[in-house]
Design a protein around this ligand. Structure first.
Ligand code: 13P
Length: 251
């Protein structure tokens, strides 16, 4: 059975106290619950301390980013082998905030994806259309192109043990998330795109949704056949709100 993959993406938020209090409470609350698939994506400087906090639990850690380079004179960057070294499991790749604010290119996204796979970590490929693209009815085309960048360069097999996160840019950091029926349609499209190349991988692949998820809309989203998990920003910054979302998994 596939358990929904729930990831808290803290983005550029938090401090030592927040990390400590949040993770202590999360570990305590999840103590009796063995079957879950939950990861935390803290800011880079808190990865190590987060890993220590979640020791002896099934919670895992996700990096919000990785550099394209593997080592050398790249001041301020962090490599995939460093993330692996400290025990990171997932790496977000191509998040819209990196595409927008850091001008991350397709080439860099591809290179990062390769490095993550080569190091046996799990890439979470973030895809999704902008509001302009949505208005032009280009959602499927954009998602297809973002997935196809990987398939045409690396082949479909790289999607084995990989996550795709559909995050429509216009739905991120909003009061309202995308409608669950629309999200389901896009997720179905993503799965059927993968299935054109490999049926088995299309069934295995985790397709998460992200964009203004909260404890009120999480249940409907998770009930959809092709929504295998949630990538949560804002609502993962409050432990009680995050626990309310986790609680849905029990029902
Ligand atoms: P919000 O949940 O704040 O909309 O963020 C979504 C997101 O970008 C997760 O990666």
């Amino acid at each position: 059975m596939k358990f929904p993959l729930i990831i808290a993406n803290w983005k550029l938020n938090g401090n030592k106290y927040f990390v400590n209090v949040f993770l202590k409470k999360l570990c305590y609350k999840l103590n009796k619950k063995k079957l879950y698939n939950i990861a935390i994506a803290p800011p880079l400087v808190y990865l190590h301390t987060s890993i220590k906090e979640i020791k002896n639990t099934n919670i895992t850690i996700c990096a919000q980013n990785v550099d394209v380079n593997l080592s050398g004179a790249f001041t301020g960057d962090v490599s995939i082998s460093m993330l692996k070294d400290i025990g990171v499991k997932y790496v977000l790749i191509g998040h819209s905030e990196r595409r927008i604010y850091h001008n991350e290119t397709d080439f860099e996204i591809l290179k990062k994806f390769i490095n993550v796979k080569k190091n046996n970590l799990i890439p979470i490929l973030c895809i999704g259309e902008t509001l302009e693209e949505k208005k032009k009815n280009k959602t499927k085309e954009i998602c297809f192109n973002q997935i196809n960048l990987i398939i045409k360069n690396l082949g479909i097999k790289v999607f084995k043990n990989c996550v795709i996160a559909y995050e429509p840019v216009w739905a991120i950091g909003n009061k309202v998330s995308a409608n669950f029926k629309d999200v389901q349609k896009i997720h179905k499209f993503i799965r059927s795109t993968i299935s054109l190349y490999d049926k088995k991988i299309s069934k295995q692949i985790i397709i998460q949704y992200g964009g203004s998820v909260n404890y009120k809309n999480a249940k409907e989203l998770l009930m959809q056949q092709d929504i295998d998990g949630l990538l949560i920003g804002n609502s993962s910054l409050n432990i009680n709100n995050f626990l309310k979302i986790i609680k849905i998994l029990k029902n």
